[in-house]
Each structure stands twice: as structure tokens, then as C-alpha cells.
Write a protein that binds this ligand. Structure first.
Ligand code: GDG
Length: 457
């Protein structure tokens, strides 16, 4: 690669410790490639174009500040109360306010000015996620003709759902300012192409790229993965004991930011239904790690309350003096403890109603003892289900299906567990985070021509 790699994402890690899907993935990717990571500082400030250097090893980290209003209207507002629910098929949770979109556009314009100042002609620019859909539009407006790639970590919305937006046609227009649109799955690519097919401004090229007002954009899937070997190594650290002396016996693990897209209430209901029908003497636990997220948004407060209530009900109905069926932990646990929890668990439950990929599914598989692996129960609506076909796939809308799958998982003979785990591990190894970033950057470096962006406006 001739120039540097410039990555832009909303979150930027403040320390070497990392958590959260995007942060975990990018930390691993940039460490190898070298370059600059630009993102928002967690503390608010004034709306200027100053950046703070957070660290320079093994790559530079530059943070800009959002104002309090921008935090409310751009981040919690447009990004997480409009685009997030829209892409996760929860149009009912979308909150439309004119100041949200104005702030979103203003932040993107300001971040574009920061990037334009820093970027040199040969640098590759890699923009991440729904916070920055219009960033390339703003960069082109400033005359930046570098190759710019975009990766959407969350599901690509269905065509009909885009009508929720005040100007749905801008979605296609903004994305067409990138040289490459990277999506998680083949299903996402199909939905993206469907959007352009329905748009009279788009033309299809023989290689599958789209031509939109003379700009050519490639659209491809790059399923994100994890640092498989690193995770397996963490999981094998026998000195780490997350439970102390309170080992729960057989347990099922769940790990999710407490988000309504993850189907947590149905997971608890499915577990309760399993408990009603379980074989005599079976007393498994559900250990659910669910750190809080976006708690200023109403829909997140509601799901937090709902989940607490259900956990209380399930434990009230089934607990015995020496057995608590649901262990619900509403805070983050260290990564290495998480890896140990995955390894000790008999099964992992992923019940997302919609999920770009779901790294938890991959982490669980990587963490298993290959001679005695646990079983992955995976929502068919998670992106990970597209390739991990040998996971026990479940319908998260169907409580009976979840309950039955828990029973199947806990009674699954070793031979079947081994077969399913080997198949899933093969997928996790072949689509790890290093391959994800290398593939994306290779395609970004070679797709189409960037010359067509030079004369923009
Ligand atoms: C978005 C997309 C896509 C969770 N709790 C703790 C903790 N985590 C870590 C997990 C995992 C990550 O956070 C969650 O990643 P997911 O992929 O499951 O989900 P999102 O956060 O919604 O991520 C998703 C992803 O971006 C990447 O593209 O797969 O579809 O929604 O790594 O382990 N980590 C620690 N303590 C916790 O309590 N240390």
C-alpha cells in the first residue's frame, strides 16, 4: 500500500483495553496496517476542528469533540434513534426530529474538514458505520479524490423501510460517493442492490458495480470476524476463574450490549419455557452478561426495565435455595473473563431479531475446548447465520423453538457437538478479522477508478 490508512469511526479506543464489536475489530486491523484512526472523544467539547492526539503506537489516534447538543442530536438522535432502529427493522422505535438530521449533517461536514486537512493524496480512507453515511459526500465536496471505502457494520435496510427517512433518496446518493460499499453478508448486498435497482439514477456495470451520476461504486460483502487465535488463547488461561467459588454447574451463556435488537426478553422467556419442560433433575443456569448502552435513549431504558422484570419473574418462579436459574449481570466483564465463561459454558444463546454479524457467536466458537465443545444456538436473523450453517439455528420470535433448541443443545451427544463445532470453527478461522480487513482494503485499492471523483462539483 503506497499511502497510509485513515480510519474514521464514531468510537475510538481511549486505552489499550478494547470492548464493543467495532472497536475490537478495528484495533486488530489497524495494528497490522499502521495509519491513523480518527473518532469522537467520549467527553464533549466545542464544535471546532481541533483534534487531540491520544497515542501514536502502534498507530496514531486522533480524537475530535462533539458538543453536548451534537451528542444528543447526532449520536443519540439521528444515529441511534433513527438509523439504528431503521436498519434493525424497528421503524416503530424511530424518533424523527428535524434537529437530529441537521446535527448529523453538520457533524459529518465538520469531520470531513478534519479528514481533508490530514489526508495526503495516496492515503486510503476507510469510513465505518451508520454514523458517517454522508462523509464521502462531504469529502468529495471539499475536493478529496482519494479512494474512500465504507463498511456498514449493521444490517442494510430493506428498501421499504427507507421511506421512514425524510429524504430516502439521499441514502443511495450518499453511499454512491464511496468507491466501495462493504457490507456484512450476501443478504445485505442483495438489499443494497435492490435499492439501486429501484433508483432511476443508478446504472449497473457488467462487473456488478453501480454507476450513479458518473461515479462508479463497488458493492461487496466482507463478513467481519474476530482474532480467532487470540480469543482461543485467552479462553485457555486456566488461572482465570470468573466465578470464584460460586461455580454454577451446567450453564448457558449470553453476552450482549443491552440492545432491543438482541432479543433478550424472548431469550429469557425461552429459557423459562425450557425450565417448565426440562428433564427431572436438570438445573442449568442462564448466565447473561448485558452491559448497559445508550441509556439516555428511551427505548433502551424500556428494554432495561423489561429485562429486569422478566429476570425477576423467572427466578421467582423457578429458583431454589441453592439454585438461581438466571444470573443477570448488567455491567461489562473483562475480556479474558468473558473468554473463560464461553469456554466453561455448555451452550451460547444468540437471539438477535436483526444483527449485522454478531461477534459473540464467533467468540464462543473460538473459545471452546475442541475435544468437548459447547453448542452454539444462533438466531437465523444474525449475519453470522449465513455462513455458520452448522450452528443450531433458532427463530428468536418463537419461544417454543428457543426452549426446544436449549433442550437439544443440553442433551446433544458428543459426536454431534464435535461435528457442528468443527464446521463452525472452520468458518470462524476462515473469516477472521485479519482476512476481513485485508480483503476490504485489497478491493478498495483495486476497484474501479478514482479519477471519476476528481471533477466532482
Ligand atoms: C456491531 C453490530 C457486528 C459485550 N459485552 C462485553 C464485551 N462485549 C463484546 C463482545 C463482542 C462485542 O462486544 C459485541 O459485538 P457484537 O458483534 O455481538 O454486537 P454489536 O456490539 O452490536 O456490534 C454487530 C459488530 O458491530 C462488528 O461488525 O457483528 O452485528 O451490531 O466482541 O465480546 N466485551 C467485554 N465485556 C463485556 O461485558 N470485554
Amino acid at each position: 500500500m503506497a499511502g497510509r490508512l485513515i480510519v474514521i469511526s464514531n468510537r475510538i479506543p481511549m486505552e489499550k483495553t478494547v470492548s464493543g464489536g467495532l472497536v475490537v475489530a478495528l484495533h486488530d486491523a489497524l495494528g497490522c496496517a499502521g495509519g491513523i484512526w480518527i473518532g469522537a472523544h467520549p467527553e464533549t467539547g466545542v464544535a471546532d476542528e481541533a483534534v487531540e492526539e491520544l497515542g501514536s503506537s502502534p498507530y496514531r489516534r486522533l480524537a475530535f469533540r462533539l458538543t453536548e447538543d451534537e451528542q444528543a442530536n447526532y449520536y443519540l438522535g439521528y444515529a441511534n434513534s433513527v438509523l439504528w432502529p431503521l436498519c434493525h427493522r424497528r421503524g416503530d422505535l424511530v424518533e424523527m426530529r428535524s434537529e437530529y438530521e441537521a446535527a448529523y449533517r453538520a457533524v459529518n461536514a465538520r469531520v470531513a474538514r478534519i479528514v481533508a486537512r490530514i489526508a495526503e493524496p495516496d492515503d486510503l480512507i476507510w469510513v465505518h458505520d451508520y454514523h458517517f453515511l454522508p462523509l464521502a459526500t462531504e469529502l468529495r465536496r471539499l475536493g478529496v479524490s482519494n479512494r474512500i471505502g465504507f463498511f456498514l457494520h449493521i444490517p442494510f435496510p430493506a428498501l421499504g423501510d427507507l421511506s421512514v427517512l425524510s429524504q430516502p433518496e439521499r441514502f443511495a446518493d450518499d453511499l454512491a460517493h464511496y468507491n466501495l460499499i462493504g457490507l456484512q453478508t450476501r443478504g445485505d448486498v442483495a438489499r443494497c442492490l435492490e435499492m439501486y435497482r429501484a433508483d432511476p439514477r443508478a446504472e449497473f456495470m457488467p462487473d456488478g458495480s453501480i454507476k450513479f451520476r458518473d461515479r462508479v461504486t463497488a458493492i461487496r460483502s466482507f463478513p467481519i470476524g474476530i482474532d480467532t487465535a487470540g480469543f482461543a488463547a485467552d479462553a485457555s488461561q486456566e488461572t482465570v476463574n470468573p466465578f470464584g467459588r460460586e461455580e454454577p454447574g451446567r450453564f448457558i451463556i449470553g453476552v450482549d450490549r443491552l440492545d432491543y435488537s438482541k432479543g433478550l426478553p424472548n431469550r429469557f422467556r425461552g429459557f423459562a419455557r425450557y425450565l417448565e419442560t426440562r428433564p427431572d433433575g436438570a438445573r442449568p443456569c442462564l448466565v447473561q452478561i448485558a452491559p448497559p448502552t445508550r441509556q439516555q435513549v428511551r427505548a433502551y431504558q424500556d428494554i432495561t426495565r423489561e429485562l429486569e422484570e422478566i429476570a425477576g419473574h423467572v427466578n421467582g418462579a423457578f429458583a431454589e435455595l441453592n439454585w438461581t436459574p438466571v444470573r443477570y449481570i448488567h455491567r461489562a466483564v473483562p475480556r479474558v473473563e468473558l473468554a473463560r465463561l464461553y469456554r466453561k459454558a455448555s451452550a451460547c444463546l444468540v437471539t438477535s431479531f436483526a444483527d449485522g454479524m454478531n461477534l459473540v457467536a464467533k467468540e464462543f466458537v473460538a473459545a471452546q475446548d475442541p475435544g468437548n465443545p459447547g453448542v452454539l444456538l444462533l438466531s437465523r436473523f444474525a449475519g453470522a447465520a449465513e455462513d455458520m450453517t452448522e450452528a443450531l439455528q433458532i427463530n428468536p420470535y418463537d419461544i417454543e423453538d428457543i426452549a426446544a433448541a436449549i433442550g437439544t443443545a443440553l442433551e446433544m451427544p458428543l459426536a454431534e457437538r464435535l461435528r457442528r463445532h468443527e464446521a463452525c470453527l472452520d468458518v470462524v478461522r476462515k473469516t477472521d478479522v485479519a482476512k476481513w480487513s485485508t480483503d476490504f482494503l485489497r478491493v478498495l485499492m483495486t476497484c474501479g477508478a478514482s479519477a471519476n471523483f476528481r471533477d466532482f462539483e
